[in-house]
Design a protein around this ligand. Structure first.
Ligand code: FEO
Length: 172
């Protein structure tokens, strides 16, 4: 059973996760537009992962007898200055999400809501991985600089990322 405050905060997070999906879908489209299909693939996989996150919150609210309330999704940006800019914005966004997840845990602890606290632990671990992935790619992009051939090599590397659906994923 969720308190009204916890239910509202979890619903807010459904919205933020769908916004994350929307943001990465827009980055995927932009990457395709500028000819970086590997980057487009990476962001498309990220979009799919964010929808999994949103649905985890959605399912959890339902499982706890709460009311899912879907809200308007903000429009993401459409263009970015460079691949480095996209990943720096991605990292900033993930740091924002990490803060939100931490705040949800704080609320669950304050309310002695142990079930929600346990459910949120998966997201704490996931955020470590997300920020780490972004930092790795940012480091590579800084090394690449203005070298087109190195950027195309990185594009090929990012083309290899594959979405693992929750049913077969260990983490989900
Ligand atoms: Fe759902 Fe990228 O955090």
């Amino acid at each position: 059973m969720l308190s009204k405050k916890m239910e509202a905060a979890l619903n807010e997070q459904v919205n933020k996760e769908i916004y994350s999906a929307y943001l990465y879908l827009s980055m995927s489209a932009h990457s395709t537009h500028i000819g970086l299909k590997g980057f487009a693939n990476w962001f498309m996989v990220q979009y799919q992962e964010e929808m999994v996150h949103a649905m985890k919150f959605y399912t959890y609210i339902n499982d706890q007898g709460g009311q899912v309330r879907l809200m308007a999704i903000d429009a993401p940006a459409i263009v970015w200055e460079s691949p480095l800019d996209m990943f720096e914005k991605t990292l900033q966004h993930e740091q924002f999400v990490t803060k939100r997840i931490n705040n949800l845990v704080d609320l669950a602890i304050k309310e002695k809501d142990h079930a929600t606290n346990i459910a949120l632990q998966w997201f704490i671990t996931e955020q470590i991985e997300e920020e780490s992935n972004d930092n790795d790619i940012i480091a590579k992009l800084k090394l690449v600089g203005n070298k087109g051939d190195a950027l195309l090599m990185l594009d090929r590397e990012l083309a290899a990322r594959v979405f693992i659906p929750p049913a077969t994923s260990q983490a989900a």
